[in-house]
Design a protein around this ligand. Sequence first.
Ligand SMILES: Nc1ncnc2c1ncn2[C@@H]1O[C@H](COP(=O)(O)OP(=O)(O)OP(=O)(O)O)[C@@H](O)[C@H]1O
Ligand SMILES: [Mg+2]
Length: 239
Amino acid sequence: MSEPVVVAESLNVRFADQCVLDDVSFTVNRGEVFALLGGNGAGKSTTLKTFLGTVAPTSGSASVLGHSVTSDSDFIRSKVAYLPESVMLYGHLTGMENIEYFLSLADVKRSASDIEAALKRVALQADAWHKKLADYSKGMRQKTAIALALLRSAPVLFLDEPTSGLDPSAIDEFNQLVTALSEAGSTVFMVTHDVYGACQVAHRIGLLDQGKIVGVFERSGSELIDTEQVHTAFAKRNA
Ligand SMILES: Nc1ncnc2c1ncn2[C@@H]1O[C@H](COP(=O)(O)OP(=O)(O)OP(=O)(O)O)[C@@H](O)[C@H]1O
Ligand SMILES: [Mg+2]
């Protein structure tokens, strides 16, 4: 039995006279990875923000684990680990210190060895753990933020461009991590413009263009979604 975890129903968002999300509907079931794929300005981050309660839907509904974004956003934030588009960490703190600080803000207690295990899992090299973030590369910061999201142990992950700034081997490691998380029962909703990455991890891909879902691609059995087919549809929309 599939259990709906992240649900959008006829979601509309308008900013002034601009329609940013236009009748968006999708369901992500427990243990699934759903990728919303679209070009710059398509409305991807706005969709995530609607689920986090920082953007209000103009009409339609959105819910996580059966709780509505309009009435239960505190509940939703407690169940979701969110990786924002721009990683917000402190340059004057080390990677370890950043993680400890943000976990304490979220009132999550983790031992130093738990944190080290998460940093290993995202393949951040051990000699960086106690260096200041100001000296990290973009990819190292991204890995730190992903480790922080993992340490929240939230059942639902919302990821905004999670592989931006990562090199190909780090992207492969990240894709394996997302697959392992979903196999362990986590529900993952990610937005991206990386066709290849989306096809590697997603059970389903929604193609978003100017606020509308214009195509849906699904795995058949254990076969990955066909990169070529998705790329062609995406490129046609952004030509
Ligand atoms: N708070 C806001 N007020 C007004 N317009 C906004 C606001 N937030 C987003 N928009 C507009 O909504 C549209 C979609 O923005 P959004 O950030 O969701 O795009 P995106 O798909 O995440 O793009 P990118 O790939 O560049 O991150 C854009 O035209 C943007 O200018
Ligand atoms: Mg965005």
